[in-house]
Ligand binder design. Structure first.
Ligand SMILES: Cc1cc2nc3c(=O)[nH]c(=O)nc-3n(C[C@H](O)[C@H](O)[C@H](O)COP(=O)(O)OP(=O)(O)OC[C@H]3O[C@@H](n4cnc5c(N)ncnc54)[C@H](O)[C@@H]3O)c2cc1C
Ligand code: FES
Length: 501
């Protein structure tokens, strides 16, 4: 197997300082508790604090090191190809609200950056979705037509600055890109003080709504009038969002590129296999970011191949010499293409969630922060109904049945995982599900030869995890929970580590 290149860390995280906000050390009360410090949670926290509320942002790891620290950070209402489908499935009026609210979120970020002079490599860029061959050209043409109908800044073009020909592309003008972590680190600085807090390394285990809401963490309890759960996928199972979305993992590499070879603008392909492309300023030059290789979490074991494919693409298409970075992350795809933003359940009065951004959360996460802050502040938001998290979703039945069948298949397949495999079969640096005394064990052998054995049964709802070789993690194929090679939670919906043996 060829070796994979690049430092294994997100460029956004590697190029910014680490944060060290305190952990929760005593029980306390605030107006609003916000669980999860990604773009959705931080945007809501900033708006609520500015409106006079006291807030506590509670983050299990470090600020903006979740999906928002591993994104491609394009801020655009061009979500690959969506508008023709939205009009077909939801009608023109709803599609228009989706379009306008995402454009508004883009402008909200632009205004915030300008007003607060945030040094976050923000730049206006045109965004493109391209078809390389005539096969996907019809979809591009339909998208231009739909986007124009909705008042979006769309045109059809055949020429781009990509170093290869395209059959056609939809172009949205005046979109933007930024360094997501620099932006979020700036916003979070405004939170602590005057009765508001930011806590890191504090994991929320439970959220309950009684007279007051109670947020139970591993370090103490926070009481609040309202709670916003922005943990990418809610860690509270009541709303069943894990069954209304599916987790999609995708890969990114960063490579130094000469200015004259670099494309201008932000790009994404179309069809079965596509790549996402943009550049970002880096050490006086440019870093080319290429993303792709998306798949449902837990369904691909040899994920190194995903990086190799991106590397080949960057070398052959853009002539880059070396690969500097590689990283991957996941987001939850909403079955009806619309994110869930609002109350946790129809009975909830003070517990709110945001999820299902379908890999376009720079605008949708921003939008979530705005809508949820408005809800708590009693401000009418014209987009709130469209995104209602408790809505009935007819498409959930079609897509959901397909995905749930897959979950069912996992349940059956899970029983067979690890049969006839023992600890001796686990090579150095590798993980395998094995059977020990009838138990399914997730066994990882480290570089010194030591075995780390944890239960292979996911602590969420009991599926059996699968090994991910590129990230050296245990990934659950059912609803996307992920664990480190020694069983610590990396991504929800679960909040519990894998049981140690
Ligand atoms: C490969 C890839 C590329 C992408 N590129 C783009 C792009 O170019 N443009 C775009 O618009 N979108 C993009 N997206 C999507 C976008 O990055 C995400 O939708 C967005 O960052 C999600 O933000 P979030 O706030 O929901 O989640 P996060 O940023 O993950 O924040 C959630 C936080 O909650 C914390 N947390 C979890 N559980 C707990 C707990 N129990 N207690 C306390 N805290 C907890 C996590 O540690 C995390 O920090 C991309 C997604 C992927 C996968
Ligand atoms: S994530 Fe739900 S069972 Fe593992």
């Amino acid at each position: 197997m060829p070796t994979i290149s690049g430092k294994h860390i997100s460029y956004w995280i590697d190029s910014t300082p680490t944060t060290n906000f305190p952990s929760l050390s005593k029980n306390l009360s605030v107006d609003v508790a916000i669980v999860g410090a990604g773009i959705a949670g931080i945007t809501a926290a900033r708006l609520l604090k500015r409106a006079g509320k006291t807030v506590a942002v509670i983050e299990s790891r470090q600020i903006s090191t979740g999906v928002s620290g591993h994104t491609t950070a394009k801020i655009t209402s061009l979500h690959q190809l969506i508008y023709a489908d939205l009009i077909k499935n939801h009608g023109e009026e709803k599609a228009r609200i989706y379009a306008q609210s995402n454009q508004a979120a883009l402008e909200f970020v632009a205004k915030t950056v300008a007003e607060e002079q945030i040094d976050c490599d923000f730049s206006r860029q045109n965004a493109y979705t391209f078809a390389e061959t005539d096969d996907n050209l019809k979809d591009i043409e339909k998208e231009v037509e739909a986007a124009l109908k909705l008042g979006l800044p769309a045109t059809f073009v055949c020429e781009t600055s990509l170093p290869f020909p395209v059959a056609g592309a939809v172009k949205f003008e005046n979109q933007a890109q930024f360094h997501s972590r620099k932006y979020l680190l700036h916003l979070i600085k405004q939170i602590p003080g005057d009765g508001s807090y930011v806590f890191e390394n504090t994991t929320v285990e439970k959220v309950e709504e009684n007279n007051l809401c109670q947020v139970t963490t591993n370090k103490g309890i926070i009481q609040a009038q309202d709670v916003i759960v922005t943990t990418n996928i809610p860690i509270t199972d009541e709303g069943l969002f894990f069954a209304k979305t599916y987790p999609k993992r995708s890969y990114i590499i960063g490579a130094r590129i000469a200015d004259e070879k670099a494309p201008i603008g932000m790009y994404i392909g179309s069809g079965e296999k596509y790549y996402s492309i943009r550049t970002t300023p880096h050490k006086g030059g440019l870093l080319l970011l290429v993303g792709g290789g998306g798949h449902k979490v837990g369904t691909v074991e040899n994920t190194e191949d995903k990086y190799l494919d991106l590397e080949n693409y960057a070398r052959s298409r853009f002539g880059v010499d070396s690969i500097d970075y590689r990283w991957s992350t996941q987001d939850f795809v909403s079955f009806d293409q619309i994110p869930y933003i609002g109350k946790l359940t129809p009975l909830s009065k003070h517990t709110f969630v945001a999820t299902g951004f379908s890999l376009w959360g720079m605008t949708k996460g921003t939008l979530s922060g705005i809508i949820l802050a408005d809800k708590i502040l009693g401000i009418e938001n014209p987009a709130a109904d469209l995104y209602d998290a408790t809505r009935a979703t007819p498409f959930v039945q079609i897509e959901g049945i397909k995905q749930n069948l897959q979950v069912g298949t996992h349940w059956i397949g899970d029983r067979l995982k690890g049969l006839n495999k023992s600890l001796e079969d686990v090579a150095i640096g590798e993980g395998k599900v094995v059977t020990v005394d009838g138990d399914k064990v997730a066994a990882y052998r480290d570089e010194t030869g030591k075995i780390h054995a944890v239960s292979a049964v996911c602590s969420h709802l009991g599926c059996v995890v699968a090994w991910n070789s590129g990230e050296k993690s245990w990934d659950c194929p059912c609803h996307g929970s992920r664990f480190s090679c020694i069983g610590e939670v990396l991504h929800g919906p679960t909040v519990k580590d894998l049981k140690k043996f």
